[in-house]
Design a binder for this molecule. Sequence first.
Ligand SMILES: Nc1ncnc2c1ncn2[C@@H]1O[C@H](COP(=O)(O)OP(=O)(O)O)[C@@H](O)[C@H]1O
Ligand SMILES: O=C(CO)[C@@H](O)[C@H](O)COP(=O)(O)O
Length: 573
Amino acid sequence: MASNGPLYMGFDLSTQQLKGIVVDSDLKLVHEAKVDFDADLSKYGIKKGVLTNPAEGEVFAPPAMWLDAINLVLDRLSEAGLDFGKVMGVSGAGMQHGTVFWNKDVETLMVNLDAGKPLSEQLKGAFAHDMSPNWQDSSTQKQCDAFDAELGSPEQLAQVTGSAAHHRFSGPQIMRYRTKYPDHYESTAHITLVSSFLASVFLGKIAPTDISDVTGMNLWDIHGGRWNDHLVALAAGGKDKADELKSKLGHVPEDGGGGFGMISNYFATRYGFNPGCVVIPNTGDNPATILALPLRASDAMVSLGTSTTFLMSTPEYKPDPAYHFMNHPCTKGLYMFMLCYKNGGLAREQIRDQINGDKSNSWDKFNEVAMSTPPVSQKKDSDDMRLGLFFPLHETVPNLSAGQYRMSFNSQSNALSKLSNDFLSDDARSIIESQMLSLRLRSQKLVHSEKDPKTGETLPPQPRRVYLVGGGSANPAIANICAEVLGSVEGIYKLDIGGNACALGAAYKAVWGCERKDGETFEDLIGKRWDEDKFVQKIADGYREGTFEKYGEAVRGFEMMEKEFLKREGRTR
Ligand SMILES: Nc1ncnc2c1ncn2[C@@H]1O[C@H](COP(=O)(O)OP(=O)(O)O)[C@@H](O)[C@H]1O
Ligand SMILES: O=C(CO)[C@@H](O)[C@H](O)COP(=O)(O)O
């Protein structure tokens, strides 16, 4: 559909795909396109978007593949009829925590790009290391222990940086990279996150790090608004090396909407982008997701992508080693609360495939079984509750090894008992319950009591609305079980463009960055242009009296079960 006014573009460079979306000033969708790494770029030998070295717990991806994906997604938008000349702003989102290591030649190579040739061919000499560690990597336990100890405790590290040490965070990853590949570290002139990688390519020079994404590194002092000297020195290998690392990391502007400059000539010439098109700071995929709607303080978003994430925007800063606080990408004084699980979509697919007994990839049987199995597999209230944990990958919260864990819980006696660890079709319901129980357990301090809008009765603490986004938001069984476990006063909602929420949030950020008036916040500008009736859809009722309370008891058993399995691995969290 043609739009006469300016257009804005948002990208989502995630684990398995690069998505591009174009909206107009009224936030209406104009075009969208995507590149699937496994399907379109299999020449890189990746599976589900990544390469692995299981012996060391390493997971990584080649940035050269993402360069090919940028050309391909723009080709697809061009084929779809996008008039690039109308695009006045570009922003993007990158999967969080991944780092890209560039050498000193990068900016010369970027300035001299030939618009007739693909990016990867011309920038292959720009990397100091040809792989980027991925958020699923778990190779940095030793470095995490050092980070947790550096400021005194994991609690103190969380207080300063928003998070305790996590395997995937850039600080521990850079520390390991420096010791595993000293020559590559030496020749690294710039370190970008995946978000600033994307911004750099569009800008044609190294872009600064984003104010929100920088808080996913374990290196940034959130309240001080600067790199933490002790943590940078730890990653760099000594106090005397800290300045050198700071210069590789570059500076971090406070304003998430301040343009970095015009799009590079390469894109103006090759695709016909308007030469006045501004590159707005790119952020992390999770911060971008909360920008896909004007999120209120008690609303929650559950992103059901490769990872499962739970996101809230809040003025309260209550860090804890079990979760993350990050700077809000646009509004100073707001924070993003985040829970993140490695075992999201792929774990659910594994159970789906066991139920199907084939590789049809159909969700029909899984959904049918999930909906016909009673909550926690109880036929009557006095039965034990069936609980499980389903981790094809080593999980972060809790820090448990890969495997499937099952137990039964008696809520009257508070006793956990051993349960056969064999697959049962009940697992379709159990895996969704398990993921939602973990979200409820860990977000309970952030939700408050609200009044039921129909009866006026005060309801137990729960989110006001839950918005589902990401690939799994298309699934009605997940939506229903989410409502049963998490509740929500106004119900469960899905964004019209929910499969692309992250790219959409990035496009809205570009609109805000380019069209805001002096002092106009993201929430004000997007709130005014947001059309609730057109953009969101209610997909399930929320709070269900009786069932919500039953799951409240299950949360108790779930927490005990996690502690029991952690104890068996000699850990407390
Ligand atoms: N109907 C569905 N039911 C459940 N999960 C689904 C459905 N459709 C897609 N998915 C899941 O969505 C995931 C991809 O989501 P997406 O948000 O696009 O991922 P990412 O951004 O991490 O690449 C896949 O792992 C797939 O399991
Ligand atoms: O590690 C995190 C957040 O801390 C992940 O959420 C990644 O950001 C990847 O997200 P998807 O590829 O699943 O969108």
